[in-house]
Every structure is written in structure tokens, then in C-alpha cells.
Design a protein around this ligand. Sequence first.
Ligand code: PMT
Length: 398
Amino acid sequence: MLKDKKIVLGITGSIAAYKSCLIIRQLIKKGAEVQVVITPAGKEFITPITLSALTSKPVISDFFSQRDGTWHSHVDLGLWADAMLIAPATASTIGKMANGVADNMLITTYLSMKAPVFIAPAMDLDMYAHPSTQQNLKTLQSYGNHIIEPGTGFLASKLEGKGRMEEPENIVACLEQFFATQQSMAGRRVLITAGPTYEKLDPVRFIGNYSSGKMGFALAHECADRGAQVEFVCGPVSSAMQVSHPNIHRINVESAQEMYEACMRIYPSMESAILCAAVADYAPETVASQKMKRTGDDLVIRLKPNPDIAASLGKIKKEGQTLVGFALETNDEETHAQAKLKKKNFDFIVLNSLKDEGAGFRTDTNKISIITAEGKKGYPLKSKAEVAKDIVDELEAL
Ligand code: PMT
């Protein structure tokens, strides 16, 4: 899987830097080509001579070569690589990556990277558990980066035993696993909806819901990582929610009507659709052109039904196309999910319940069941990135 793969290995200032030699040895043994980019602090822990001897390439650390003054192009590195791995990644580098602080060659290379990025954090538990570090890791994950942690491989939802860098053989195994699944959806086109819809009342107010878009973003990145071309129709989410994968084409919409129009236009040329958006079922019948003023009386707002995007796509679904929906329930979960599965002509429906702690809106985790006409498969609470893998595995198995 790693044969002829071009890997940029970023090394930062951690005691675990010596383990990057083992990572290099294993990558090269498996046929990969490795280019090391090291931070100034990284050089305090391991010498560039050792690293260049192992990779048979000069190590890049500065913006200009110390030898002849030529410029090291981070843009070229970003285009050259099949993957970037930062191992070990310190809290400082993770913070700079999350916030775009481009003050060394490693960060500029990261910001120019066109290939998937893997990050293996290494620090003590207190630093790791600090809300700043956790927030930065979540930010990086929401940008589609892969966080590799001890035990689980990819980012886990619990903190215990964390901070220590994952063992080199497991880091290399994560890369292998990634490349093994990477092309499984190559050439496939997938429509994914995410986020809430806002239904305007007047120029300053709307009817909306709590969807953050996190589940939909995780699905878009998972499909893109497997080689699919993703048409990503996204409702109004926080500006911190960004896609960075070249396979994802994002279309921003605000209302259910706009989402409906985009989906109806796009779906006929797709092989699959995953409808994760929390779409408002109703919108105000009229939208006031000026801000509505407070009066002493009750205010009655008349709502009209929005189009049911899923049911409309279910009606135009052709042979060879697949359609996956979600059901967010608060009671009689399975009965409601079963009814939606049939009514909307889904191939399967992903049920999440607000009764389950850590599931549903805004959380970084979710607990789902996948329901088909044949039966139900339950899954434990997992990070939304891991849940996305389970859903896309199921889609690929259809
Ligand atoms: O965004 P996050 O904060 O990460 O939260 C994720 C989530 C909870 C929003 C997500 O996991 C989820 O459950 N999404 C679907 C929420 C929802 O609106 O469910 P529903 O049971 O009301 O709708 C059933 C299905 O029909 C969904 O696939 C929905 O996208 C679709 N639908 C609903 C109404 C409508 N008018 N058109 C639709 O297409």
C-alpha cells in the first residue's frame, strides 16, 4: 500500500522525535519515499544528519538552503506529497497548525498541503488534556486532518492514557489502512447535505435548529478520503467549519428551498446521496421586509410546509443510485426511523437519538443505529469521524 507513496514527514521538538527514525525506516522498507521537514526545536532532539542518512534526502528546515541560498518551495512539497505525517506533533505545532501561524517551514508546508494530513500528538497528559489543545485538535480534525492517537489509531473520544505518541508501527499501519481504503470510492460521485437550514422571518430573525454540521463534514471528508468526488450542500454553519479536501465541492445554502433546489439539480448525476442536514419542515408563509416590531399583542406566525428533499430524491432515484438518510428522534425512535426509511425510499437510514448522551447535535461524538428493510445494526458511542467510517462502509457494501 505504501509502495511509491511520497510522504512528507514533519518532525517537531519532542522527546519522541527519536521515534521518527523508526517511522522512516518502516516507511522506506515498505517502498515509500520520505522527505523530512523539521522545525528548529525538532533539531534540538534529533540531528538532520541522521534523518538525511535514513531518507537519502537533504532534510528541509529553513525557508532557504543554508548551503546555496536556494528557496525551499513549500508549495511544491504540497503538490509532491501523497500524504503528510507530523510525528511527533507538539502542542505548539498543533496550535500553530490550527490557527495558521506560518512561522516555520513545517507550518507553511502544512498550509500548502494538497494531500491528506496525519498528526500524531506527543506531549504530557496535562498539556494534552488542556482545553486549548483539545480545541486545536478538534479544529484540525474538522478541517479533515487525521489525528492518530495511542490505542485506537484515530482520534478517540476519551482522554485516559493520551498524549504519548502512538507507536511507530501503528502510525505506519494507519497510513497503510488509509491508502488501502483511499481509492475504494474513486470515480464515484456522492451528494452530501449538512448543517441546519434557516427559514427567514424578517431581515434579522429566522427559524433554525441546533445542527453544527459536524456529522455532515465528517461524512464529506470520509468519502473524499476514499477517492469519491463530493458535492457538499451545506446549510449555514460556523465559519470555523471549513473543508480542505480537493475532492469536496462545497455549495452553501441557507433555506430548505435553496437546499432542495441544489439537491434536485445535483442528484441525477450522482451515484449516491447521504442526507445528513437537519432541514426545517416548515417556513414562515411570509417574510417581513422590515424588522418586525414588538407590540403588546400575541404574535402569530403562519408556517407553510417546506419541500421534503429526501422524499423528492427518493422519487427520482434511478436503478444503480443509492440514497441514505438520517433520523433524529426523541421518542419511539425505531418506529419513526422505519417509517422514514419506507416513505423516503432510503436504502438505509442512520438513526440517532437525543436520548443518548453524546449523540446528535453539536457533539463531537455520535451513537447510531443503521436500519435497513432487513434489520438493525447498533454501534457504540464514537467520534463523528469514526461514525462516518461506519456509515460509508455500509454505503460501500450496498
Ligand atoms: O450537525 P451536527 O451538530 O453534527 O448534528 C448531526 C445531526 C443530529 C443533525 C445528524 O446526525 C442528523 O440526525 N441529521 C438529520 C436530522 C433530521 O432532520 O432528521 P429528520 O428525522 O427530521 O429527517 C429525516 C431525513 O429527511 C433526514 O435525512 C433529513 O436530512 C431529511 N429531510 C428532512 C426534512 C426535509 N424537509 N427534507 C429532508 O430531506
